[in-house]
Design a protein around this ligand. Structure first.
Ligand code: NAD
Length: 333
């Protein structure tokens, strides 16, 4: 039986985690959960939001499922999410955005995957003041990190029967940093002749995604563009309540919803558990539990299409727990 590190998270995290565990159990997958404390709970218990035990557990198990964690504002703690990605070298952030028929959104049939570089660019944390009236944040792009993320995108495309990879950059202006990313992307693309390759400048990409999202398939890009465009893609399919993310490295993988801890809804049995459930679907696929993953995804799609037992953001009146219970019943048949 596989052991998976479980971080329930802050705010709405515990509710959507309970909902997700119920659904996984209904799909018949046996997992030994190793729960560790991170975030606000860990600050109270251990004086730090990211105790060493969390990293150790993830390193040992190589696999984690996590609820959203609040980043304390102005407390001196850096983002736990960024810290986890850096500590475990989870270099690939995978964010699929797929339309569920029945969800109100501007488009139908969207099926986009953003592959975001997760370890460098403007998130390297190299920032300083220059005197009192100016600040510098250094954008770091390396050949090594660019190569492994583009390779990841092509390998993902190949093994998921995708047809095209688009590299997104601003090499017309950032001639050295994004220029290097683009040069590397072209070099990697040449090794995958079975998959179409093209590149787009990031501002043009933003417009194209809004106007003609059906033209795109797998998108690969440096960290900052990935952060922004993956939320744009989430918006195209109906919002944050539906979109999962995976942080994948050589030694470990951590699956989570894209959204945050939505503190104002904490404990209200109100929010949509789908993003976390879909994060579990990605995790099950990663584990090779493809049958269970498919059953969960299809049942969720059917429930959304039918329009019953849905949370308020999907136009329903069910609570988080009721939506998950109905989904679990549907999976059990
Ligand atoms: P958020 O995603 O928590 O919430 C923004 C709004 O989106 C909510 O008010 C709600 O209207 C909606 N929403 C989010 N999740 C939903 C769901 N499951 N169902 C229905 N509606 C949903 O973003 P925020 O308010 O900017 O951030 C709150 C906290 O979460 C911050 O501390 C932030 O740092 C943290 N955060 C954590 C992660 C993570 O753990 N990966 C990601 C993003 C934000």
């Amino acid at each position: 039986m596989q052991t998976v590190t479980l971080i329930k998270g802050d705010g709405i995290g515990p509710e959507i985690t309970e909902a997700t565990l119920k659904v996984i159990e209904a799909a018949g997958v046996k997992i030994r959960w190793e729960e560790v404390s991170a975030g606000e709970e860990a600050i109270e218990e251990h004086g730090t939001p990211l105790p060493e035990a969390v990293i150790e557990s993830l390193k040992k198990n190589g696999l984690g499922l996590k609820g959203p964690l609040t980043t304390p504002v102005g407390s001196g703690f850096r983002s736990i999410n960024v810290a986890l990605r850096m500590e475990l070298d989870l270099y690939a952030n995978l964010r699929p955005s797929k339309t569920f028929p029945g969800v109100r959104s501007r488009y139908e049939g969207i099926d986009l995957v953003v592959v975001r570089e997760n370890t460098e660019d403007l998130y390297s944390g190299v920032e300083h003041m220059v005197g009192t009236d100016a600040a510098e944040s250094i954008k770091i792009i390396t050949r090594k990190a660019s190569e492994r993320i583009v390779r990841f995108a092509f390998d993902y495309a190949r093994s998921n029967d995708r047809k095209k990879v688009t590299a997104v950059h601003k090499a017309n202006i950032l001639k050295l940093s994004d220029g290097l990313f683009l040069e590397v992307a072209r070099g990697v693309a040449a090794k995958y002749p079975d998959i179409e390759f093209e590149d787009r400048i990031v501002d043009n990409m933003a417009m194209q995604l809004v106007q003609k999202p059906e033209l795109y398939d797998v998108l690969v890009m440096p960290n900052l563009y990935g952060d922004i465009l993956s939320d744009l893609c989430a918006g195209l399919v109906g919002g944050l309540g539906l979109v999962p993310g995976a942080n994948i490295g050589e030694e470990a993988a951590l699956f989570e919803p894209v959204h945050g801890s939505a503190p104002k809804y904490a404990g209200k049995n109100y929010v949509n558990p789908s993003a976390m459930i879909m994060a579990a679907v990605l995790m099950l696929q990663y584990m090779g539990e493809n049958e269970a993953a498919k059953r969960i995804e299809e049942a969720l799609a059917a429930q959304i299409k039918e329009g019953k037992n849905l949370t308020a953001d999907l136009g329903g009146s069910a609570g988080t727990a009721e939506m998950a219970e109905a989904l679990a019943d549907r999976i059990r048949g």
